[in-house]
Design a protein around this ligand. Structure first.
Ligand code: GLN
Length: 484
């Protein structure tokens, strides 16, 4: 074990860097040791050891000269779906096994410009399709709290790396819960920004009308700081909003009494684990005792959110993934003999089962005879879900929900039953369909020591209020320091 302590936020790191009890090369050395000690978790697909060590020296110099950026001292891992120039990227798939990014994503450019140190790329479900990280071609990831449990997905490696202290923070992506659900399963903080708050340029597409990059951290403070760096307009992504980016990290103290809604249908839904329900009821009680208003509201569309989400995402995925054809780039089958067999064999051999299932269903959903019955209908239902959610948020500041209906489940437990796996997304996909920001914060452990997560959803572009309230909640419930 190295002598460096476990840090929970960049401000803790910075204060030790400035008082001279820590140097950045020591910190990076510590994380590299931790990664080696915990190899069996399979969180990292590749470690950029030499580069991180070199960067640590450069940034240390900058700190000494008072010239360092906002993220100096932040050692960060990136989900293997985010392009980083001249580095490999696989998206958890065989089809991109030997692919190297030829440019960097906007989010990577922005964190590097503020002196973050990127320590490696993190395991994930293939093309971000999954909720357990069991769909990675490079093997499953283990939850650090209990190695027999999944870490959640699709950003499973990103959550475990932060949970196990292999880096301070990570970037994940969230289409229907992939940042929030693994954060909940691993007892860390995960934020999905408003759709359009963060550029998607250089992030491999799964379902473009929902995909967003978000931070996974050990503190709300770090989530705020990372968002502040990665958010904002981007000439390479027309869906990235040009709304000014507030200094989220400096607005965490603002508070006051808030009005929260919780969905009656969520707490009475059959699939909810009793301890998750109790945790949520206790949180409601604590918030009420603090003087906040917390009231039940009805959201009659809860049973439609999962089917709507899967119809739309499969349709978008089938279109986005058409580009992996064995011709342009990526895996090409050595058994192909002509153009058609190149397409067929490369895609059959290159994609895993879950990805193929979604491409086929998505193609069916978009086919001439069924488009109106499925795709057009799901678009209409999405609109109703968004309108009803916005209506609730006109009256209430936040919607409170458990992040997941159950704590982390066993590795292998749901993998043969896609429908059960999809239904586990019931509490996260609403915010995705509505395009609103949502955060998962640690809310204690269940009786077997598995982390539980509580979710707050806010108004479009209301990340500032959402983060400040989350910070307040963690102080109230004394979950501020993450112990594992
Ligand atoms: N579990 C969901 C899915 O499989 C969410 C994935 C994600 O957010 N990338 O689609």
């Amino acid at each position: 074990m190295s002598a460096v302590k476990t840090y929970n936020s960049l401000s803790e790191v910075k204060s030790d860097l400035l008082n001279g009890t820590l140097t950045l090369p020591e910190l990076v050395g510590h994380y590299l040791d931790r990664i080696a000690e915990e190899r069996h978790l399979n969180a990292f697909l590749e470690v950029f050891g030499d580069e991180a060590e070199a960067q640590a020296k450069t940034v240390q110099e900058k700190i000494m000269h008072g010239k360092a950026g906002k993220l100096a001292g932040m050692v960060i891992g990136i989900k293997d779906i985010i392009c980083y120039k001249d580095h490999r990227i696989t998206v958890g798939s065989r089809i991109l096994e030997n692919y190297t990014s030829i440019y960097s994503s906007t989010v990577v450019e922005r964190i590097l410009a503020e002196d973050a140190i990127i320590i490696g790329r993190l395991n994930c479900d293939e093309f971000a399709m999954g909720g357990s990280n069991e769909n990675s071609y490079y093997g499953h990831v283990k939850n650090y709290a209990d190695n027999t449990k999944v870490p959640g997905g699709s950003s499973g490696g990103s959550a475990v790396a932060v949970q196990a202290g292999l880096c301070l923070a990570s970037l994940g992506t969230d289409t229907g819960g992939s940042v929030r659900q693994p954060a909940a399963f691993c007892g860390v903080v995960g934020l999905k920004p408003t759709y359009g708050r963060v550029s998607r340029y250089g992030v491999v597409a799964y379902a473009s009308s929902l995909d967003q990059v978000g931070p996974i951290t050990r503190s709300v403070e770090d989530a705020a700081l990372i968002l502040e760096v990665i958010a904002g307009a981007d000439e390479y992504d027309s869906t990235a909003s040009s709304k000014p980016v507030p200094a989220y990290s400096r607005g965490l103290a603002s508070g006051g009494k808030k009005k929260l809604a919780y969905l009656v249908e969520a707490l009475s839904s059959g699939g909810i684990d009793p301890e998750v329900k109790t945790m949520t009821e206790q949180a409601i009680q604590q918030l009420k005792e603090e003087g906040h208003t917390v009231e039940p509201v009805s959201f009659p569309y809860l049973e439609y959110v999962v089917p709507t989400y899967y119809i739309l995402t499969m349709a978008e995925a089938s279109s986005n993934l058409a580009r992996y054809d064995g011709v342009h780039y990526g895996y090409r089958s050595p058994n192909a003999t002509d153009l058609e067999s190149t397409y067929k064999k490369s895609r059959s051999e290159g994609f895993g089962n879950e990805v193929k299932r979604r491409i086929m269903l998505g193609t069916f959903i978009l086919s001439a005879g069924y488009y109106d019955a499925y795709y057009a209908k799901a678009q209409k239902v999405r609109k109703l879900i968004r309108q009803k959610t916005e209506e609730i948020l006109n009256t209430y500041d936040f919607i409170l929900m458990p992040t997941t209906p159950t704590p982390a489940f066993g590795i292998g437990e749901k993998i043969d039953d896609p429908v059960t796996m999809y239904l586990a997304d019931i509490f996260t996909v609403q915010a995705s369909l509505a395009g609103i920001p949502a955060i998962s914060v640690p809310a204690g452990n269940n009786s077997s020591g598995l982390p539980l997560g509580l979710q707050f959803m806010g108004r479009r572009f209301g990340e500032g209020e959402l983060l400040a309230f989350s910070e307040h909640f963690l102080e109230l419930t004394k979950q501020k320091v993450i112990h594992h």
